[in-house]
Design a binder for this molecule. Structure first.
Ligand SMILES: Nc1ncnc2c1ncn2[C@@H]1O[C@H](COP(=O)(O)OP(=O)(O)OP(=O)(O)O)[C@@H](O)[C@H]1O
Length: 237
């Protein structure tokens, strides 16, 4: 379980995240959904320890009792702009080996190749620079980069904004499958309620810097929160 207690992020002139207290269950596919600017990315960045120094943070985050989870090892991150996962002058394999060195783990060639295979990516791509991959290949490689050290928590930010419906379906199916096989926890940020309803175990609804509701695909229709009701009613628009 990931516990947030009174988490705040504040800009010099205004609060951005307001005293968020929530327990995210472990081993679930969790969707974080909300309007643009509601604080979804900022919440992920706080979990990653990546909130910029110009903002002040408060409250506590406990990943698992008595454990210290580290970004890159226990926490994998697929950023909204997935190109940010790569170093332009390093091949994909060099980036992976650097990550292994940084976290004192051995590079697992077999596991990496099996991940590429599960995405139907050619193994030769590992020896290329990021700009020598197509956008779609690079996006799938960003997912591999986020999971290849077997993190317990995977944070995925707006993974499918640039994808057509078929590619979106394949990618989300892959991530859902991976989550179930590894029993990792996935925190998936999306605007798309239909995706959340199809894939999530639990949905957390964000509005204006806080989590205002928690529902499941089965219970959302009965939510008493007006914002959740409006999201649900307008889901096909
Ligand atoms: N470094 C920053 N300095 C000041 N304000 C920031 C900073 N980063 C984010 N914000 C503000 O915090 C609020 C939440 O931003 P955030 O990026 O988390 O929204 P979001 O829900 O992910 O939106 P979107 O769906 O459009 O990506 C916004 O009002 C944004 O302008």
């Amino acid at each position: 379980m990931i516990q947030l207690h009174h988490v705040t992020v504040t800009a010099p002139t205004k609060p951005l995240l307001h005293a968020i207290t929530v327990d995210f269950p472990a081993n679930q596919f969790i969707c974080l959904i909300g309007a643009s600017g509601s604080g979804k990315t900022l919440l992920l960045k706080h979990l990653l320890g990546l909130v910029p120094e110009t903002l002040s943070v408060g409250g506590t985050v406990t990943f698992a009792e008595g454990e210290d989870w580290v970004r890159g090892r226990e926490i994998g991150y697929i950023p909204q702009h997935y190109q940010q996962s790569f170093v332009p002058f390093l091949t994909i394999k060099e980036t992976m080996r650097d990550l292994c060195r940084a976290h004192h783990v051995a590079y697992d060639k077999e596991q990496t190749e099996s991940l590429l295979c599960s995405f139907r990516l050619d193994i030769d791509l590992l020896d290329r620079l990021p700009h020598q991959l197509s956008g779609g290949q690079l996006q799938r490689m960003a997912i591999i980069l986020a999971v290849f050290l077997k993190p317990r928590l995977i944070l995925a930010d707006e993974l499918t904004t640039a994808l057509d419906p078929v590619a979106t379906r394949q990618l989300l199916d892959w991530l859902r499958n991976y989550q179930q096989q590894t029993a990792a926890t996935v925190l998936f940020v999306t605007h798309e309620l239909t995706h959340a309803l199809h894939y999530a175990d639990t949905l957390y609804i964000m509005k204006e810097g806080t989590i205002i509701d928690a529902v499941t695909p089965e219970t959302i229709h009965a939510s008493r929160h007006p914002y959740t009701q409006a999201l649900y009613t307008n889901r096909h628009l």
